[in-house]
Design a binder for this molecule. Structure first.
Ligand SMILES: [Cu+2]
Length: 264
């Protein structure tokens, strides 16, 4: 009888832990909302089944508590078929529903007016670069990589296209505009993760990987490296700053003025 009670208490405690608090900060775009409702649906279904199964398990133990002789059972083929089919339908249904959300992120075409930004991950920091008004990035040359002088990407100093490239340590984007972030890595595999965007993407050295998103709510959000990438992995974080569009334009203009002043 104690085992039954223990099973029920543990099941209720587990369910209670999920209900007790918000496990994620609020999302900041449509994708996050779609993701959350899908996640909740999946959790509700699996959680409900979990509770029913644990309740039944406790009940069976309770009912057989005084039985001393084992009884041979051939099982029940009809029941086996029913619950296997129900489980398959449930899993495939959840996969089918969530695929749409996933493909919207992975396969959606970039908006023509999307803000283009490149991200560079390396042990153990993030850098970002914006192509500037000419829309072109400087050519990269690994021999010119120099973190101390503020050239983590290794932009070719002689390339005129790079004169207006803004390189930063934090990712700034205007609210409500599509962003096409191209991810590069310099050493090992890292992972770009912003909880509020409900997005996570591996960064693989030698590959240029696109990540498309839009953030609607201005604010400052943590960007955490989400791939164990070495001893300093826990230090590898920066921020995504979502700015009202006018503020972003002012920031960009300021950064370009500074570049021009340095160039002279
Ligand atoms: Cu990392």
């Amino acid at each position: 009888m104690l085992v039954s009670i223990l099973i029920w208490v543990l099941a209720l405690l587990t369910a209670g832990m999920f209900l007790a608090r918000e496990w994620f900060p609020p999302g900041i775009n449509d994708h996050a909302r779609a993701f959350d409702s899908q996640f909740q649906l999946t959790l509700l279904l699996t959680g409900g089944i979990f509770l029913v199964a644990q309740a039944a398990l406790g009940f069976v133990i309770l009912r057989a508590r005084n039985r001393t002789r084992a009884v041979h059972s051939e099982g029940n083929n009809r029941l086996e078929i029913v619950w296997t089919a129900a489980t398959a339908a449930l899993f495939l249904g959840a996969v089918f529903l969530s695929t749409r959300i996933f493909t919207n992120v992975q396969l959606g075409l970039p908006a023509t007016n999307a803000l283009r930004v490149e991200a560079l991950a390396k042990q153990f920091s993030w850098s970002f670069r914006y192509p500037g008004p000419d829309g072109k990035y400087a050519r990269l040359d690994i021999r010119q990589i120099n973190d101390a002088s503020g050239n983590p990407f290794g932009q070719d100093e002689k390339d005129a296209a790079g004169k207006d490239d803004i390189v930063t340590a934090a990712l700034r984007v205007p609210a409500g505009r599509d962003v096409e972030l191209m991810l590069r890595g310099r050493d090992v595999i890292h992972n770009f993760f912003v909880r509020e965007l409900r997005l996570k993407q591996d960064v693989v050295p030698g590959m240029l990987i696109p990540l498309r998103f839009r953030a609607d709510v201005p604010g400052t959000y943590e960007v955490a490296c989400s791939e164990l990438c070495g001893l300093g992995h826990h230090l590898m974080r920066t921020v995504l700053i979502v700015m009202p569009p006018a503020e972003f334009a002012a920031w960009e203009k300021d950064a370009l003025d500074q570049l021009r002043a340095q160039g002279q």
